[in-house]
Design a protein around this ligand. Structure first.
Ligand code: RB5
Length: 156
C-alpha cells in the first residue's frame, strides 16, 4: 500500500514521525510536504495535494496533519470522492475506516502526542472497510456530491 503524507508548516514534526513509523512497518510512503518549518505552507495546499493524488490513483491512502487536523481535512474533503476523518483517539481511527470508508486520516500536532498518534494511525491502517449498511451510507455521501455535479469532475 502506498501512503501519501501532507502537513502545513505547523505539523511537519508529527508528519515525519508518522511517515517513519509507517515506513518501518513496510508501507510505501510518499511525502507531499511541507518540508521546512521556515517555509509557510497553508493547510489547504497540502490537503488538496494528497486528496488529489488519491483521486488520481497515484497513492492509496493519506495521512494529513495540521495544528488541529481540522483545516487540512476540510480541504481534502472538498475533493470529490475523498473522505478524510479527523481523529484524536484509537476508537475513532478504527471507525472512520470501518464505517466511513475514509481514505485519509487527519490529526492535529497540537492535539495528540507522538506515541498516541502512532497508535491512531495503526488502528486506521489495520482496520478494514465494512460493507452492508455502512457501504450504503457512504454511497449516500457520494450521492450528495453527484447531486451537486461534483463526483465526476475532472482533476486539474
Ligand atoms: C496554523 O496556525 C493552524 O491554523 C493550522 O495548522 C490548523 O490548525 C488549521 O486547522
Amino acid at each position: 500500500m502506498k501512503i501519501g503524507f501532507g502537513s502545513d508548516h505547523a505539523a511537519i514534526e508529527l508528519k515525519s514521525v508518522l511517515l517513519e513509523h509507517l515506513k518501518s512497518k513496510g508501507y510505501e510512503c510518499v511525502d507531499f510536504g511541507a518540508y521546512s518549518p521556515d517555509q509557510k505552507v497553508d493547510y489547504p495546499i497540502a490537503g488538496r495535494k494528497v486528496a488529489e493524488a488519491i483521486r488520481r490513483g497515484d497513492i492509496d491512502k493519506g495521512v494529513l496533519v495540521c495544528g488541529t487536523g481540522v483545516g487540512i481535512s476540510l480541504a481534502a474533503n472538498k475533493v470529490p470522492g475523498i473522505r478524510a476523518g479527523v481523529c484524536s483517539d484509537c476508537f475513532t481511527a478504527k471507525m472512520v475506516k470501518e464505517h466511513n470508508h475514509c481514505q485519509i486520516i487527519a490529526m492535529g500536532q497540537r492535539v495528540v502526542g507522538t506515541e498516541l498518534a502512532k497508535m491512531i494511525v495503526d488502528n486506521f491502517f489495520e482496520a478494514e472497510e465494512l460493507g452492508g449498511r455502512h457501504a450504503k451510507r457512504v454511497d449516500m455521501i457520494t450521492q450528495i456530491e453527484r447531486d451537486y455535479g461534483y463526483a465526476d469532475a475532472p482533476i486539474k
